[in-house]
Design a protein around this ligand. Structure first.
Ligand code: GLC
Length: 634
């Protein structure tokens, strides 16, 4: 049977000079949606011409068709022997040309300039930090040159098996491929956040094509028509996941279509705020590792970055520089009391802004945007460092807080009642070390320790060097609680009893010490490893990776583990979870080649600390940042 593949792309352009009102965006449909296919009548890419202030770029997607041989099972083809490589090594010492299969607006076989990373200097002016790498022995990542453990061999086999193709090209990995799972729900889709560790594993092995395809295809999904009960979210929204569906055209032909889910089918109908942020972070990782800088310079890629930023930077009612989101808008995608300003989103937001600043073309059209990014980065890092940080000293301060303070000079700005300090915390907080709380709202601090937010704050330098060090110290001293039998606890402690009932809405999947509610997630290993390498604590990462390696293989790569110390495979945990597999492989490769890790983290940006755009200039209020700076710096 013949398979036709269509990208279902419509031309759109972004023109200089109007406002960014969402109404305006919705009013700019210039042609009726077009789509062939059964399930996807409403899943049309949104054709539009829309205006953005100071963005003088046009973004054009020509329709592209391709065809491939295909089995006639009606299912998308998953590659079991995936070994696609960039056609010439991207690690070659010289500039060179490579040929990339056409999936976009380049002709099939369009040459793309690849620059060697050794010569690469960021737009920030940051030079490659290879010289700062701990003096570890560099080990080859080429499987032919090193002996892989059984666990690694199995992991690679499974990761390759999880690869999904579209029009014959690899475009992502399934969330899970558990053969015993009769109700895969949406685990048979490619999730944006789940693909990140897969992408890194492939990139670190020199296999860039799948990542490039993923980035370009998801970019095209960005402007899809997406509606929940007649309301459409903004254009920059990236889907949580996508599926490749096969749609019959006639008796002999079928067509493959990409079918994204923006949250309109997801449990709880939550928009995945983290998807766009991860997309930007992955784009930068792809560029740094492959040296394919031409990718980020493409007009459609530049516009994609701007659309995401536009969603994040749009003015609203906020009083804080942190992003205001609904519950479940990130890795924890069910109700867990993380609505408001959860740390995970703030740390991803911060690093996505840093990535975008590096990648945006330095032209007239981007000037204002870069200024906005700088201001936001500066305000955000101050806000988080100052108000989210807790350690023994800070808890003691909160314990003695005065409340009901009315003035711009208040110490207890958010009116936190000291009674809120939970009993567990008084006993738990170590003498040395500290961490960022999970969330901050008026009269509410969520004192739970959320691992991804804390670790990614280290990686992105949202936290100060001293705070970074303290977070790792805390993890080390609370090893049994946060690592236990399986790295790494998603959050600590679990919500129990009445709190569980009220905050999770009696969620039977998020029972105490299970799943998002204090479960242990092996995928977090790669972020932990990265943070440890950055902070020169390779010993900690190795200990965690060894622990995971000894169990994951035997346990068939579960999605998560249950109980206080992560002793049991999660009650409803999928097996053969791809990001568990990929996270393990990525951690191993980063540990063996820490110089690659330097391409994935950020150092403190001292210039940002100088930017202050607060009310001091009006004379209305005193700037507290100057005074606080001495405390929060290094
Ligand atoms: C669960 C996780 C989410 C992940 C998805 C697919 O819903 O909470 O973070 O993306 O599974 O693995």
């Amino acid at each position: 049977m013949k398979v036709g593949c269509r990208l279902l792309i419509q031309s759109r352009s972004v023109v200089l000079g109007f406002t960014k009102s969402p109404m305006l965006i919705r009013n700019h449909h210039i042609s009726p949606p077009r789509f062939l296919g059964l399930q996807c009548r409403n899943r049309t890419q949104k054709p539009f011409s829309v205006t953005y202030p100071n963005w003088g770029q046009s973004r054009v997607f020509p329709a592209t068709c391709c065809s491939s041989n295909k089995d006639n099972s009606g299912k998308p083809r998953y590659v079991s022997d995936y070994s696609t490589k960039l056609e010439t090594s991207v690690n070659n010492k010289n500039f060179e040309k490579i040929y990339v299969q056409g999936v976009d607006d380049v002709d099939e076989k369009t040459p793309v300039v690849v620059e060697n990373k050794d010569g690469a200097v960021d737009r920030d002016g940051e030079e490659s930090r290879l010289k700062d790498v701990p003096n570890e022995k560099l080990v080859s990542l080429d499987p032919a040159e090193r002996v892989e453990s059984d666990a690694e061999k199995e992991a690679w086999r499974l990761l390759k098996q999880a690869v999904v193709t579209y029009c014959g090209s690899p475009v992502g990995t399934l969330a899970a491929s558990d053969p015993g799972d009769t109700t895969p729900l949406n685990y048979d889709q490619v999730f944006i956040r789940d693909f990140v560790p897969s992408a890194l594993a492939f990139l670190l092995r020199g296999e860039g094509e799948i990542v490039r395809n993923f980035l370009l295809h998801t970019l095209q999904l960005q402007s899809w028509e997406k509606t929940v009960d007649c309301y459409s979210p903004g254009q920059g929204l990236m889907p949580a996941s996508f599926k490749i569906r096969t749609v019959p055209l006639d008796d002999t032909k079928v067509e493959e279509v990409l079918d994204p889910d923006f949250g309109e089918s997801a449990i709880g109908r939550v928009a995945p705020v983290d998807s766009g942020l991860w997309w930007i972070i992955l784009l930068r990782a792809y560029t740094k590792i492959t040296g394919d800088y031409a990718m980020q310079e493409r007009v459609d890629v530049q516009t994609g970055i701007k659309l995401i930023l536009n969603l994040c930077l749009t003015d609203g009612f906020d009083m804080f520089p942190s992003l205001l989101v609904t519950d479940g808008s990130c890795m924890i995608d069910r109700r867990m009391g993380i609505h408001g300003h959860p740390l995970e989103i703030q740390s991803l937001f911060y690093s996505a802004l840093r990535c975008a600043r590096e990648m945006l073309a330095s032209d007239e059209g981007s000037k204002n945007l870069v200024r906005t990014i700088n201001n936001r980065l500066s305000a955000l890092s101050f806000h988080i460092r100052e108000y989210y940080w807790i350690d023994m000293k800070k808890i003691n301060e909160i314990y003695r807080y005065k409340t009901e303070e009315y003035s711009t000079e208040a110490t207890n700005k958010f009116n936190i009642y000291p009674e809120q300090i939970p009993h567990w915390l008084m006993d738990w907080i170590p003498e040395e070390g500290g961490y960022m709380i999970g969330n901050l709202q008026p009269a509410h601090m969520d004192f739970r320790f959320f691992t991804l937010g804390n670790i990614w704050s280290i990686v992105s330098s949202l936290t100060t060097p001293k705070q970074n060090d303290s977070i790792l110290k805390l993890i080390e001293s609370k090893w049994d609680d946060l690592i236990g039998n399986m790295p790494v606890k998603i959050c600590y402690p679990a919500l129990e009893y009445e709190e569980w009932r009220i905050i999770t809405g009696s969620d039977p999947k998020n029972t105490p010490w299970s799943y998002h509610n204090g479960g242990s997630w092996p995928v977090l290993l790669w972020q932990f490893t990265l943070a440890c390498i950055k902070m020169g604590r390779i010993d900690l990462a190795k200990k965690a990776v060894d622990l995971a390696e000894s169990r994951l293989y035997d346990d068939h790569w579960p999605e998560y583990y249950d109980t206080r110390n992560g002793k049991f495979i999660g009650k409803q945990s999928r097996l053969y979870q791809t990001w568990t597999i990929a996270g393990f492989l990525t951690s191993k490769m980063l540990l063996e080649n820490p110089e690659k890790a330097t391409l994935l983290f950020w150092e403190e940006d001292y210039d940002l600390l100088e930017i202050c755009v607060c009310a001091t200039k009006t004379g209305r209020a005193k700037c507290s940042r100057g005074a606080a700076k001495s405390q929060i710096l290094v």
